[in-house]
Design a protein around this ligand. Structure first.
Ligand code: CO8
Length: 259
């Protein structure tokens, strides 16, 4: 599969997906969103991939949805464009495999929303975050109004969205928007190292854990607890559970089947 605006590299059970439209700070137009959609399908189906890393080429992660493309849209076209981005980001969020956003620079508007659709976020110290849409006369449209309050709490999300202010990586970490801030040079290595720490474990257990957390966070706690009980039970039908526990008892490293 050839991409014009993405670079997809696979190695060591990881897929590294780089948005590659640096002249427009990787702004999300329909083409790049449709390419992202295809790339996620490809990663979902590829059994050689356990973890997805998303990053950007150049000085931006993503500086938002493409303002030039959106400028003259009518209400129906705007709605459709919003739904396209929402659908692609939801596909990333619901991918069984864990995802890490390696945020190399500006993550504004749709860029912040893309980062939030990943499970984990590592930021370069130069990264900047914000939902500046109200300054353009629109609301966040790729589910930022839904994911930001879930990540940082309602009051902080309202502050960021109502003021449109841009915050630095350190502040993003202090409010829980990013997991870790690292220097610019080591960003990708840190993301790869985090991916490796995930890959060494039983992948079915990782995926079931993701499913339990996500289902639980979106519903009531009793349903979440029931989901956990069922997935926990299911683990005992896997070779990974037998291997993981046998390896512990035999005092050796586990060698998981799903690797
Ligand atoms: N869309 C299109 N082009 C962009 C975007 C963008 N979001 N951001 C930057 N670019 C382009 C610039 O136009 C410029 O192009 P050119 O060289 O042809 O003039 C090039 O990228 C480089 O940008 P700058 O010269 O502006 O670079 P600076 O380093 O001076 O500034 C900034 C960097 C501060 C990031 C600045 O580019 C900026 O403010 N960008 C816009 C940020 C923004 O407002 N983002 C939110 C967009 S709205 C959104 O994401 C909504 C998502 C949901 C949509 C739902 C649709 C219905």
């Amino acid at each position: 599969m050839n991409y014009e605006m993405l670079i997809l590299e696979k190695k060591d059970r990881m897929a590294i997906l780089k948005l590659n439209r640096p002249n427009a700070l990787n702004a999300l137009n329909s083409q790049i969103l449709l390419e992202l959609d295809k790339a996620i399908d490809n990663i979902k189906e590829d059994d050689s991939v356990d973890v997805l890393i998303v990053t950007g080429e150049g000085k931006a992660f993503v500086a938002g949805a493409d303002i030039s493309q959106m400028k003259d849209l009518n209400a129906e076209e705007g709605r459709k464009f919003g739904i396209l981005g929402q659908r692609v980001f939801r596909k990333i969020e619901t991918l069984e495999k864990p995802s890490i956003a390696a945020i190399n620079g500006f993550a504004l508007g749709g860029g912040c929303e893309l980062a939030m659709s990943c499970d984990l976020r590592i930021a370069s110290e130069r990264a900047k975050f914000g939902q500046p849409e109200v300054g353009l006369g629109i609301t966040p449209g790729f589910s930022g109004t839904q994911r930001l309050p879930r990540l940082v709490g309602v009051a902080k999300a309202k502050e960021l969205i109502f003021t449109g202010k841009i915050i630095k990586a350190e502040e993003a970490q202090s409010i829980g928007l990013v997991n870790k801030v690292v220097d610019k040079e080591s960003l990708l290595d840190e993301a790869i190292s985090m991916a490796q720490s995930i890959i060494k474990n039983g992948q079915l257990a990782v995926r079931y854990s993701k499913m339990a957390i996500d289902r639980g966070m979106q519903g009531d706690i009793d349903t979440g607890i029931e989901v956990e009980a069922n997935l926990f039970g299911l683990c005992f039908a896997t070779k990974d559970q037998k291997e993981g526990m046998t390896a512990f008892v035999e005092k050796r490293e586990a060698n998981f089947e799903t690797k």
